[in-house]
Structures are given as C-alpha cells and as structure tokens.
Design a protein around this ligand. Sequence first.
Ligand code: PEP
Length: 241
Amino acid sequence: LVAGNWKMHGSHSANAELLSGILAARPFACDVAVCVPFPYLSEAAVALAGSDVRWGAQDCSAHDKGAYTGEVSAAMLAEFGCRYVIVGHSERRAMHGETDQLVADKAKAVLARGLTPIVCVGETLGQREQGTAQATVKRQLSAVIHALGHCVGEMVVAYEPVWAIGTGVTATPEQAQEMHALIRAQLQAATAHADAMQILYGGSMKPDNAASLLAQQDIDGGLIGGAALKAADFVGICRAT
Ligand code: PEP
C-alpha cells in the first residue's frame, strides 16, 4: 500500500491536477490511496469513482456524534466512501496533544464504522538518541492492540520516525527494517493475521529511495507526505513497489 498524506495542502485546481496525474499512470502493482483534507473528500470521491485508487481522511473523532465542535466522526467519513483514516500522526500527537489512549480510541472508532485505520507510531530524535526508540514504538502500538482486541489484524500500521518526517532525512533501509520486524513480532503476539498485515514506512520517502526501503522484508508500503503532492513523485514511489 502506498498512501499519500496530503496534510493541509490542496485546492480545487491542484487536487484535480494531482488526481488526474495519478489516474493517468494506472495500473499500479500495489494498493494506492490518497488521504485528503476533509473539505476535499467529496471531490476526491467523484474524481476517483470507478478507479481502484482509494481515498481516506487524515484524522477523525473518537466519538460517534455529539457536542464536539469542529470534529468529524468515522460515521461521516464512511458516508463518503472513505476507505482509510490516518490516526495518531506524529503532528497530531505533538501539536494536538493526542495521547496513546486517544489514538487507540480513534482507531477503534474507525474500525467500528468499517474503515481501515492507518495507525502511525514512531519515535522522536531524542528518544532514538536516548535508546528508547523501540520502547516508545512498543508502547504506542500496545495501546492500540489492547483497544482493538480481536480486530487488530484489520489495521494498517505506519512506522514514521519523527526525525525523518518532512526533514529530507530518511531512515536507512536497515534502521526501518529493524523497527518493522519488531512491530511485526508485536503484532504476531496479538493476532494470527500479523504476517498479512501491511506495515508502512513513512519519513521522507521519495522515488529515489523508495525501492531500497520497500525491498525490506517487513516494509509493505509507504505513507508519503511531501512527495505525495506531485503526481510524478507519488507515481514514482508507487512504481518502485
Ligand atoms: C508524513 O507526514 O506522514 C510523512 C511521511 O511526511 P514526509 O514524506 O514529507 O516525510
């Protein structure tokens, strides 16, 4: 799975150009998705209708409905034909104070509506330097595993080292594989479906470094930020699979 995280980027004209560039490059040998800002979900749904390119959102509420001004529920996203919802992106953990428990609750709310959560985990540079990277990722994933129970196998996990996001610094294939193998092992302890689960790498993945990352045994795709905003770059990564 190669999923684009557009973050807070886009406009009617830019989206139309980007989506038509992606559609024109099909077929791909992998699952492909774009996670767009909320206001653009319906135009993504229209532009991608009838194609195998999937679309998703970048966050949702842990609640189903109610007095939560500004929030969007998984039930609403399901009405758009959304397939994926990113939860626990490091930008939301850092800038919106999202805790492991809230991220787990969001993942549960997404699954309850039949959508697939793309659950982001990853350590900061400080945590890596202190030698707590593995413990951090394990703790983040544990909260979600605990919340999802027997549905664990239905999520997608994205390992995104915070120090690699938007920085141009990519984890080496070996660094990424090491963490992905640990994530796989943790999932194996929780579900019999772990080997079939998609564990994505995210963090400055580009067309020229994608192939070596995606060649690793436990890297099953990418969550792409900056390079998802240009059709040629995004398509280049999809082709590298
Ligand atoms: C992201 O935001 O999920 C991401 C991976 O960003 P970038 O590719 O720009 O590092």
